[in-house]
Design a protein around this ligand. Structure first.
Ligand SMILES: [Zn+2]
Length: 265
């Protein structure tokens, strides 16, 4: 059976507090062998690392985490925060800086804080020589401009949960970024354009993820439910169908891409 990698699951979310072990068992049954737990603040990045080092959860799914500050929490940035992230990033199983980026959709943090927080994390990623896990929503121009400046110093990057249009995709691929696709593609109301776009992503740049507990694949069940890493299998199958590839092939290439970018064993 081919191996799947969920490059983004928010297992620090309280939705998973009671049953992480069962969630991982179900993920494994679905073919998931590697999973990255997303860090979205200093505190939750430390929490993510605690989950990966929890011996009780050690099983067939290899766990890794990221360390970063989501744009929603950008007002917490500063020297101390960067030092704390740097301390987490010393560990081999903390494989990327992020998620970081810009979100001008909801503007939970002021723009100036978002810009400063993003720049600081790109500099951190360059100094620790780890890739970045990026978030961008309604901010393509500012995001691409900042990234272009830092790109030469970065070892690599993935734009997670890509939901943009053809021109945004072209700009990101031109900067040699990887593209993460979530269950957004399974939503016939707002994901239709993505279904058509994913076939233009090169084989060596595509990855899949759930962003669980968010973004439950809408075509599985119209009722909103808690999303889980096991549903990355459904995301991968949908991406494969859109690209005219087999689910096995898509699982294989997306896992190879994740292993290469994040240096996963
Ligand atoms: Zn995100």
């Amino acid at each position: 059976m081919s191996e799947l990698t969920d490059i983004g699951a928010n297992l620090t979310n309280r939705a998973f507090a009671g049953d992480t072990k069962e969630v991982l068992a179900r993920a494994h049954d679905a073919g998931v062998t590697r999973l990255l737990i997303t860090g979205t603040s200093v505190e939750l990045s430390a929490h993510a690392r605690r989950i990966t080092s929890d011996r009780r959860l050690h099983g067939p799914v290899k766990l890794f985490s990221t360390a970063g500050i989501h744009p929603h929490h950008a007002s917490t940035h500063g020297e101390l925060a960067m030092r704390s992230l740097g301390e987490l990033l010393v560990h081999d199983d903390v494989v990327a800086v992020g998620e970081c980026g810009l979100d001008f959709n909801r503007n939970f943090s002021e723009k100036k804080d978002q810009l400063a927080c993003f720049e600081a994390q790109l500099a951190l990623a360059a100094s620790v020589k780890k890739p970045v896990f990026l978030h961008e929503r309604d901010a393509t121009d500012a995001f691409a401009e900042i990234l272009a400046r830092h790109r030469p110093k970065l070892v690599g990057a993935v734009v997670h949960c890509f939901t943009g249009d053809a021109s945004a995709l072209a700009r990101y691929l031109e900067m040699d970024l990887h593209i993460g696709i979530t269950g957004w593609i399974c939503d016939e109301r707002r994901g239709r354009h993505l279904f058509d776009l994913v076939k233009t992503i090169p084989r060596n740049r595509i990855m899949v993820e759930t962003d669980a507990p968010y973004l439950f694949p809408r075509d599985l069940d119209k009722a909103r439910r808690r999303n889980e890493p096991c549903f990355v299998k459904h995301v991968a199958a949908t991406v494969a169908r859109a690209r005219g590839e087999t689910p096995e092939d898509l699982a294989t290439i997306s896992t190879e891409n994740a292993r290469r970018l994040f240096s996963l064993p």
